[in-house]
Design a protein around this ligand. Sequence first.
Ligand code: ASP
Ligand code: MG
Length: 254
Amino acid sequence: MIVVKFGGSSLSTAGRILGCIGIVGASASRDPVVVVSALGSTTDMLIEASRSALAGEPGIGAIEKYHAGLSDDLGIDRRTIGPLLDKLDAILQGVSLVRELTPRTLDHVMSFGERMAARMMAAAMEGEGLPAIAVDSYEVGMVTDSRHGGASPLPGTEASLREGMNGIPHGLVPVVTGFLGRDEHGSITTLGRSWSDFTASILGAAMGADEVQIWKDVSGVMTCDPSLDRRALGLPVLSFDEASELAYYGAEVL
Ligand code: ASP
Ligand code: MG
């Protein structure tokens, strides 16, 4: 069994999503479990929508439009995420009414990004002939402390994840939400920005995966982040020491 993780920028357009599905399909015989981040910059849009709601202007317009466009491009039913969008809309109305945005509420709002992504990815996989099922990580045992915005998994999490994932029907590729957990009071938590990779790693450890693959939108490690400087070049060779130093100094690709 392998874990295959895709981040937001790898899932930002229908073309890229189909490319990711191709990667999963090519590994079909290795029993893949897919982990996804929110599509494109949905997490940023959700934070922005929360701030607008707090200022008295609730709305999900941009988020709805982006996901509807992707659904159409992928040929999947817009209603796949309809119930989630309705809930998100209601929560933002609530934020606007009470003019309060606690870290717990912000985590709940941010969770919609990965929840929509998992559902749309599973639907798109179905469309490509890969039977899949969307799985909310917090429903299958991702238990964390209550530090909203930067929660840490609790010691029993590996065991509870193993048990939870075992309950998923065979023959379907699970598409699991990265980034999200649930605390012991039942509130949704997030692990910290860009931390879906961590979900993939924990899941891989819990399930005794042969491999955890973190797919990126670049073809290899580069001299710097190409979205920061377009002159970035691919590195043909990288020693373990260099890789470790890069990671130490915060190179996100590692
Ligand atoms: N969607 C979350 C973020 O943008 C988590 C992740 O991408 O790993 O931070
Ligand atoms: Mg991201």
